[in-house]
Design a protein around this ligand. Sequence first.
Ligand SMILES: *[C@@H]1O[C@H](CO)[C@@H](O)[C@H](O)[C@H]1NC(C)=O
Ligand SMILES: *[C@@H]1O[C@H](CO)[C@@H](O)[C@H](O)[C@H]1NC(C)=O
Ligand SMILES: *[C@@H]1O[C@H](CO)[C@@H](O)[C@H](O)[C@H]1NC(C)=O
Ligand SMILES: *[C@@H]1O[C@H](CO)[C@@H](O)[C@H](O)[C@H]1NC(C)=O
Ligand SMILES: *[C@@H]1O[C@H](CO)[C@@H](O)[C@H](O)[C@H]1NC(C)=O
Ligand SMILES: *[C@@H]1O[C@H](CO)[C@@H](O)[C@H](O)[C@H]1NC(C)=O
Length: 409
Amino acid sequence: MHLNPAAMAASAAVVLSLLLLPFATEAFNVTRILAKHPEFSTFNHYLTVTHLADDINSRETITVCAVDNAGMSDLLSKHYPLATIKNVLAVHVLLDYFGAKKLHQITNGTALAATMYQATGTAPGSSGFVNITDLKGGKVGFGAVDNGGTMDATFVKPLEEQPYNISIIQISNILPSPDAAAPTAAPSQVNLTDVMSAHGCKVFADTLLASPAEKTYEDNLAGGLTVFCPSDDAMKGFLPKFKNLTKDDQQSLLEYHAVPVYQTLSMLKSSNGPTTTLATDGASKFNLVVQNDGQVVTLKTSVDTAKISHNLIDQDPVCIFVVDKVLMPPELFKHDLAPTPAPAPAPAKSKKKHHSPPAPAAPADSPADGPTADDSSDQTADNSNDAVGLTGGRFVGVCLSLWVAFLLL
Ligand SMILES: *[C@@H]1O[C@H](CO)[C@@H](O)[C@H](O)[C@H]1NC(C)=O
Ligand SMILES: *[C@@H]1O[C@H](CO)[C@@H](O)[C@H](O)[C@H]1NC(C)=O
Ligand SMILES: *[C@@H]1O[C@H](CO)[C@@H](O)[C@H](O)[C@H]1NC(C)=O
Ligand SMILES: *[C@@H]1O[C@H](CO)[C@@H](O)[C@H](O)[C@H]1NC(C)=O
Ligand SMILES: *[C@@H]1O[C@H](CO)[C@@H](O)[C@H](O)[C@H]1NC(C)=O
Ligand SMILES: *[C@@H]1O[C@H](CO)[C@@H](O)[C@H](O)[C@H]1NC(C)=O
């Protein structure tokens, strides 16, 4: 079915506005809320095992369309693999707030809502949108757009409303979505560089394609791979330094941006500490330190610190995140290191503590993580999209980098 471009644009705007707030404090716990409703225990269980619950909790404005245990039995009788169940359930998570009142007062009687399936980056074309339409007799119909424009389910009752954080509603049954229910691409069929190129990381993807590092990525795909992909802006600013490296060192730098384990954002949040990378080879450590900084996950080398701005694709066993800086391993950029005593096992430099007043009102243009004597040679720090700073300034920085990333889409 073809979508009206204006409606698509409006929905894209909704997705964007939500993307801007991915690290809001967790104001609710969907698992705990649903636990109060035993007739939704199966739905609740599958939100947990698919990790969708973590994703839901990290959002600010969300609607969960729950189906009761009978409805879930219908879904489970199809014996889908867990990855498919995840996609199907992700269609039931709308990235906007729809309480009972709003559902019955939709402007023009119909609306399209972007879903978490759409946001995974794996939904093809226009799939991943749900059509909500006010029907005769006070009913509200729901239909996955890729299912031919039929209203397959209806609103039953509200279960929980916390405006405008989370609304959990019951709908009559699972929404059929041929695309979400389609067999998921085997990991070896995911073309990493194509996915990166299509989502604001074309420079990194092209650089990777020109290096043997690309094969290292491919070789690790099946066993689990998490990639920290520098945004185009970050990568462009870094290219002069990159070209200055030997071919071997270029390969190590690229391999430094991936770890051979599947890790979602919530897994990263709960596993702070040093991690090996694809570049790790015996004595050459090439380690990264993952560290939560409030709701933001940072990656620290002893030379620089990058922030994860958003998730580009999450399709078990592959997760790709966009980061706002090129990660500079001390093994290759010794001269960029602070001339302080060996920072070893915890290489985190304390440079940020010297400045960045924690004033929440820090303006977007505050110099924040601006040059210190030791990182003035770090060209990536000159990029406009990495305004750092604590609390407010940091948040603005994240928004800016996301905005830039979006403009590049
Ligand atoms: C949400 O609640 C469940 C059940 O009470 C608990 O197991 C889980 O750890 C909670 N999640 C978070 C992020 O607090
Ligand atoms: C409602 O319909 C009118 C007239 O067709 C249109 O101009 C307007 O954009 C629609 N509003 C929404 C929110 O779709
Ligand atoms: C939702 O589906 C109905 C029925 O197919 C259609 O008339 C309506 O235009 C759709 N709404 C949107 C916003 O596309
Ligand atoms: C929504 O979340 C914010 C914090 O993120 C909280 O202050 C507010 O009370 C929440 N609203 C409701 C209705 O729970
Ligand atoms: C991914 O696609 C690019 C071109 O878009 C191609 O050059 C590359 O070989 C593909 N990678 C794999 C593993 O098929
Ligand atoms: C390239 O390497 C040379 C020699 O190590 C150094 O002087 C120069 O500053 C480097 N250029 C860049 C852009 O890093």
